[in-house]
Design a protein around this ligand. Structure first.
Ligand code: B12
Ligand code: SF4
Ligand code: SF4
Length: 303
């Protein structure tokens, strides 16, 4: 089977598994890698030591999979339903964590895709990642034509917006490669204007030290004095909620991302007082599992 036929089959399979978008790009160092190093050297990563520790691998897919030829990138929408959209204005938990843990949901689908690929091409070497792999996911997704990088630094698609989770399979196989898309942010600056803590230092450059998402999810030590989390306990949606491409995007179709009842009920951050046991249950099988209980208590005192 030639590369074009194979790539078409993989895209059809990805679609049947529920991925709204898929595309392929070459497994070569990302042209944005020097920008990533520059970002790290400015200290914009805060306490996210894992970005520094695995920075060599992020520069070259060969360091992740020797002999890698291609990266097959996918995106799955978690765009809230019209009914739940108003919650984005006031809910203390970012909508990326309203449903089940996206890592597990996407990895399961990627495994099914990899199994199908192995049938098409026995012997193909593959490595699948969702979020936690040492790879610049947004940059490769953009290179594979899934969308462009918006001024809020996220991968954005003209039809599906930016409430998208990304994943990829790095492989030893040649595929037919996609073209990049145009950047359609143009003169819009809605996300930069909406960020209440000015974390978007310039278009497409995020200083994590200031970012509410980082402070609530990744910053393990005490929050800097006078931190205002603007009502958030976990993550932040503000620079996506205002994006015009999200306003017109279709609702995500993945049933696992339907908001859990206990999340919908949680409305007022100042009244959030959960015992460690209830918190453990509340975060189980959710992306919130990453937050430790003392961080949750700390966040509720600053939101
Ligand atoms: C670290 C990380 C974070 C950090 C840093 C965010 C960031 N912008 O990178 C924090 C904790 C803040 C974070 C927050 C969120 N994250 Co996060 N995160 C990651 C992770 C693990 C690594 C990303 C990374 O390498 N960042 C490092 C910096 C350097 O990357 P960058 O911002 O793209 O930097 C570029 C610019 O700074 C630019 N640059 C540097 N200097 C200069 C100079 C000029 C002039 C210019 C123009 C550019 C430029 O070059 C850099 C490289 O391209 C990825 C998964 C992965 N493996 O890639 C998920 C990922 C990016 N996160 C994701 C999500 C969903 C979120 C949140 C929405 C969660 C939430 N609701 O709170 C928020 C969004 C906040 C935001 N506006 O970005 C998704 C994004 C999907 C998408 N549509 O793009 C990813 C891809 C996970 C996934 N698999 O789905 N995240
Ligand atoms: S996630 Fe929130 S704090 Fe971070 S850049 Fe976007 S709007 Fe600003
Ligand atoms: S809000 Fe405007 S500038 Fe920001 S990502 Fe969306 S289109 Fe681009």
């Amino acid at each position: 089977m030639n590369a074009v036929e194979k790539t078409q089959k993989l895209k059809a399979k990805a679609l049947s598994l529920g991925f709204e978008l898929s595309g392929a790009t070459r497994a070569v160092p990302s042209p944005q890698y020097p920008d990533f190093l520059n970002w790290l050297s400015k200290g914009y990563a805060g306490e996210m030591g894992y970005l520094e520790r695995r920075k060599e691998e992020r520069g070259d897919p060969q360091k992740v999979l020797a002999g890698a030829q291609s990266i097959f990138c996918v995106a799955l929408s978690y765009n809230p339903s019209a009914e739940n959209y108003p919650l984005l204005e006031k809910h203390p938990i970012s909508c990326y964590a309203w449903g089940q843990d996206y890592h597990k949901v996407l990895l399961e689908k990627l495994e099914a895709l990899a199994a199908y690929w192995r049938e098409l091409e026995p012997g193909v070497q593959m490595k699948s990642y969702v979020d936690t792999g040492p790879i610049l996911e947004k940059n490769y997704a953009a290179a594979a034509g899934l969308g462009w990088i918006g001024k809020n630094t996220l991968l954005l698609n003209k039809k599906f917006g930016s409430f998208l989770f990304l994943g990829e399979i790095i492989s030893s196989a040649e595929l037919a490669y996609d073209e990049t898309t145009d950047n359609l942010c143009k003169s819009c600056t809605a996300c930069m204007d909406a960020c209440p803590v000015d974390a978007l230092e310039e278009a497409g450059v995020l200083n994590a030290n200031k970012c509410i998402s980082y402070l609530t999810l990744e910053h393990r030590s005490a929050l800097p004095e006078n931190t205002n989390l603007h009502g958030y306990l976990a993550g932040c949606d503000l620079c996506q909620t205002v994006c015009p491409y999200n306003a017109n995007a279709p609702e995500g179709q993945e049933p696992s991302f339907q908001p859990r009842a206990e999340v919908l009920q949680l409305s007022n951050p100042s009244t959030v007082s959960m015992s460690p046991e209830v918190f453990k249950q509340f975060t189980q099988n959710s992306a919130l599992e990453r937050i430790k209980y003392p961080m949750w208590v700390r966040n509720s005192q600053s939101s």
